[in-house]
Design a protein around this ligand. Structure first.
Ligand code: GTS
Length: 267
């Protein structure tokens, strides 16, 4: 029985039995002219209307994420997906596998992450965040808000690049100076958030730029636990987003927790 199916809004949700699942899978393939729209990703028993038959609840994961086994540039993406209850299939690529070169050669810009939404293949983490934000109502309410969100996300990217440079190139020699200078990097965000009525960067709802900033601020708390001590608006912002139930669940999930933040083991 199809419970919910809107082709623009996967996952479709079916109430079925174990054997019925394959039937639905075949029908989906037929409906989509042979294109594979996704993979069965999860099942859980939610109810049992006919006591003789176990009733299973299946969803289709519409997205596939291919990346290294680190949080890296995909922490924010996993957060926005979790907050919107979106399942995704995850392909983890080990460094050994990557070093063989075939996978790198198959990536448009020679790098990961790679994100697939049906036939659409995306590279570049910020383009991926935007895509998911656009699809799941986290890209503002109008064009002006969307442009402001773009501006915020570009500022987050500038901040992320400084962080990455320190982590990968100057950790031993530059960490102390970086931490000392941190309030200066964060001042513009503190100022924006101290004036925000909603507590988000733009408008009255969370956007992909918020997940991106939140993810990076969490990294900074690990880098330097006092990083937000002189920045009350940012501290409140982090606490508020961390308390969103689905974000909280993700942050507490073992599979997410066990991922190192960065590929070189520095954090
Ligand atoms: N601008 C790209 C993005 O935002 O997606 C940068 C992606 C990137 O730097 N990817 C790194 C990579 O593929 C991994 S990580 O820095 O995101 O952890 N490195 C392997 C390589 O061969 O360049």
């Amino acid at each position: 029985m199809l419970l919910h199916n809107h082709l623009d809004h996967w996952p479709a949700t079916y109430l079925t039995t174990e054997s019925g699942k394959d039937n639905i899978s075949r029908n989906i393939l037929r409906m989509s002219s042979g294109r594979l729209l996704g993979l069965w990703s999860s099942s859980r028993i939610v109810c049992n209307t006919q006591p003789s038959l176990p009733t299973l609840f299946y969803t289709m994961a519409p997205y596939t994420l291919t990346y290294f086994p680190v949080k890296g540039r995909c922490g924010a993406l996993k957060m926005i997906l979790a907050d919107n209850e979106q399942q995704f299939k995850e392909n983890l690529v080990s460094i050994d596998d990557w070093m063989k070169g075939d996978k790198k050669g198959s990536c448009l810009f020679g790098q990961l992450p790679k994100f697939e939404d049906g036939d659409l293949v995306l590279f570049q983490s910020n383009a991926i965040l935007r895509h998911v934000g656009r699809k799941h109502g986290a890209y503002g309410k109008n064009d002006c808000e969307a442009s402001l969100i773009d501006m915020m996300n570009d500022a987050v990217e500038d901040f992320r690049l400084k962080y990455i440079k320190m982590i990968y190139q100057e950790y031993e020699t530059g960490k102390e100076a970086y931490c000392k200078d941190l309030p200066n990097h964060l001042k513009p965000f503190e100022s924006i958030l101290s004036k925000s009525k909603s507590g988000f960067l733009v408008g009255d709802q969370i956007s992909f730029a918020d997940y991106n900033l939140f993810d990076l601020l969490l990294n900074h708390k690990v880098l330097y636990s006092a990083s937000l001590d002189s920045l009350p608006a940012l501290k409140g912002y982090v606490d508020k987003i961390a308390a969103r139930p689905k974000i909280k669940a993700l942050l507490e999930c073992e599979n997410f927790k066990k991922l190192p933040i960065n590929g070189n083991g520095k954090q």
